[in-house]
Ligand binder design. Structure first.
Ligand code: 4NP
Length: 162
């Protein structure tokens, strides 16, 4: 979708459970937009409904807090049809969830669908699910997400300016 300057910038991050990767992406992206002075509507959801209403995984909260990013107040939500109308950019954390997003995409949706890691051309395009891993998996995940969300902010800022 071509960016229009009169539209508020809106970005939705999507993983499976909305308790690990997408809340980390939401927090990291929000931090980066604030640092750039950008006003963006940001949210995250899961394609699955396992953790609706739940806070992020304590390991995700801890790794974000270590960098001063507070995601403890976020609550799990499942991707809905309305999200395709409410968000200009829907960004999947992995290819499996991209497939889940496309399966729910309403006819005529104008939301631009992307993979988070497309921003720097990673071969497989997926941020690995750390849920069944350990703290080091969360650390790797957080680092990967921070780098990519920083690049997304630069890309979107460029779109707004251009
Ligand atoms: P996320 O991780 O998709 O990064 O939030 C997961 C969280 C929960 C489950 C799977 C992945 N689960 O199966 O409950």
């Amino acid at each position: 979708m071509q960016w229009e300057n009169n539209q508020p910038l809106s970005v939705l991050f999507v993983c499976l459970g909305n308790i690990c990767r997408s809340p980390m992406a939401e927090g990291a992206f929000r931090e980066a937009t604030l640092a750039e002075g950008l006003d963006v509507h940001i949210d995250s959801v899961g394609t699955a409904g396992y953790h609706i209403g739940e806070p992020p995984d304590p390991r995700a909260i801890a790794i974000a807090a270590r960098d001063g990013v507070d995601i403890a107040g976020l609550r799990g939500r499942q991707l809905s049809e309305q999200d395709f109308a409410d968000f200009a950019h829907i960004i999947a954390l992995d290819t499996a969830n991209m497939a889940g997003i496309k399966a729910r995409e309403p006819r005529g949706s104008k939301a631009e669908l992307s993979l988070l890691l497309d921003v720097h051309g990673t071969a497989d395009g997926s941020v690995a699910d750390p849920y069944y891993g350990d703290e080091s998996d969360f650390e790797k995940c957080w680092a990967e997400i921070n780098e990519a969300t920083g690049e997304w902010v630069a890309r979107l800022k460029h779109q707004i300016a251009g």
